[in-house]
Write a protein that binds this ligand. Structure first.
Ligand code: 5GP
Length: 176
């Protein structure tokens, strides 16, 4: 991993403060509801782990994997379920945990797919949002940071499976 290829956009401390804030809002809104957090692998895994450790209510987690980018940095527009949920979400209060909303295609697909399984409610928490790039109408109910239209890595986000372990969110300067 070549550290000089990246520029810090959001520091570890800024991310931690924001994740705590989101966790407090979610704890308040979902107290007594035993919500199910659906983490979208792999990018949102780091966010999920930090988020739930700041929450002080009963909750459950499950995981889904969908294909969106493959190994390139532009959206293919094709969304495919690579790994489905383990449990039924019927009558559950479900929160989709996403790392980043870009074009919105992935979340739009996921939202429709999960709504067809008749949850009691369905909301979205996303750490990062690139609103400039949206091609479908979709917003996070709980949003961490709005960021410019740049390709970011770190805090779970990758480029060709690298950089997920960076503690900061960084802009990738070279795609070599
Ligand atoms: P969308 O379907 O909204 O265009 O893209 C959503 C997915 O694309 C995210 O879950 C993430 O995996 C990937 N993605 C979008 N923008 C970025 C980015 O700036 N960096 C990285 N690493 N992945 C991104």
């Amino acid at each position: 991993m070549d550290i000089q290829k990246v520029k810090v956009l959001l520091t570890k401390a800024e991310i931690e403060a924001k994740v705590k804030e989101l966790a407090q809002m979610l704890s308040r809104d979902y107290s007594g509801k035993n919500p199910l957090f659906v983490c979208v692998l792999k990018g949102a895994a780091v966010f999920l782990c930090d988020l739930i450790r700041h929450m002080d209510i009963n909750l459950e987690v499950d995981f889904m994997a969908v294909s969106s980018y493959g190994n390139s940095t532009t959206s293919s527009g094709v969304v495919r379920i690579l790994k489905d949920l383990e449990y039924s979400i019927e009558d559950r209060h479900v929160i989709i945990v996403e790392d980043i909303i870009d074009t919105g295609l992935t979340l739009d697909y996921l939202r429709e797919n999960l709504l067809s399984r008749r949850p009691a409610s369905l909301k979205i928490v996303a750490l990062l949002d690139k609103p400039e790039r949206r091609t479908v109408e979709i917003e996070a109910d709980y949003r961490g940071f709005c960021i410019p239209d740049e390709f970011v890595v770190g805090y779970g986000l990758d480029f060709k499976e690298n950089f997920r372990n960076l503690p900061d969110v960084c802009v990738l300067l070279e795609f070599g």
